[in-house]
Design a protein around this ligand. Sequence first.
Ligand SMILES: [Zn+2]
Length: 330
Amino acid sequence: MNSNVEEIYPGIYKFSLSIPVPLKAINIYLFKGSNGWTIVDCGFHNNESETAWLQVFEELNIKYNEVSQIVVTHYHPDHYGGAGWLQKLTGAPVILLDLEKKNIERMWQNTTFASRKKQFYLDYGIPEDIALIIEDEHIRRYEAVSPHPSKILLLTAGDEIQLGDYEFKTIWSPGHTEGLMTFWSEKEAIFLANDLVLPKITPNIALNPDSVPNPLNDFLTSLRKIRDLPAEMTLPGHRQIITNLSKRVDEIIAHHGDRLELVTNILKSRQESSDNVVSAWDISKELFGPLKEPIQHRFAFAETLSHLEYLVHSNEIKKMQTNNKYFYYI
Ligand SMILES: [Zn+2]
C-alpha cells in the first residue's frame, strides 16, 4: 500500500509524487467520477514516476481505460512531464490552455530553446559557467517531458469542466506561467490553485526568453482576482492543503511588496557606494545570498529579473543596454 494516497474529499484523491528538483514533490489530484477518472498534473517522466503512478492505479483500483482526461495546469516539467506517457498508458486526452500548448512547443519541442535561454541570461549579466549549467539543465529536461501527447484538447478561460462528478470553472491565472489555469467549484467551495497559491513558499515568478514583459504584475493581478473566493479548501500544486485562501494570498502579495522594496534599496545603496548601473546578477546575489545548488541560481535570477522588470514598468527604476548587456539604475 502506498500510504501517500489520501482521499481529501469524497471522490478526490491526492498523492505526493517525487520530483528531482529542490521542491522535492508535486501534489497530484485524482477525481473519481461516473464518467471516469480525471488526473490533474503528472510529475516528471522518469522511471521512478512510472513506478509511483502504477502503484497508485493499483491502489485506487483504476483501470487504465477508466482515465477519461489528463489535465495539465501549466507547462512546467513537474506538471507536464508525464502527460505523454500517461496518455500512452490510458488513451485519455491531455487538456490545457492554448497559451500553454504554445509554451510547450516553444520550450520543449524546439531544441534551440536551451541555447536561447543561456544567451538571454548572459545578456542580463549571469556568469558564463552558471549560464552553461542552466543550458544543460534545460537540455536534460527534454527527456523528462517526453514523449509528448498527441491528443490535446484546449480549454478557454471561463470554460466549465467536470472533474470527477464536480463542476469546475476554468480561471486563467497568468504570472507563474502565461497559461497557468486554476479551477473553482462554487458548489463544493474547492479551489484548485496548483502553482498560483502555495503554502509557506511562494511560486517562482520568472522572466524567460519570449515571456510576457511583466510577469510579476500578471501574477499579482491573478492573485487579486481569486483572493475573495469563498474557498473552504484550496488545493496547491506543492505541499499541504490551504484552508485560508485570502490570508495566504495577502501574505504572498506582501512578500512581493517587501522584495520590491529590497530590490530598490539594493540598487540605491550600490549606486551610492560606487556603481552607476548594476547588473541583475549582482542584485540577485545580494537578494538571495549564497545558494547551495546551481539550479537555485536560475530560480533566484529569473525571479530577480521579474522584480526588476516590474519596477521598470512602474517607472521606479530604469534599464539600459550597453555592449549587448542590460543594466539597471535609478
Ligand atoms: Zn510550476
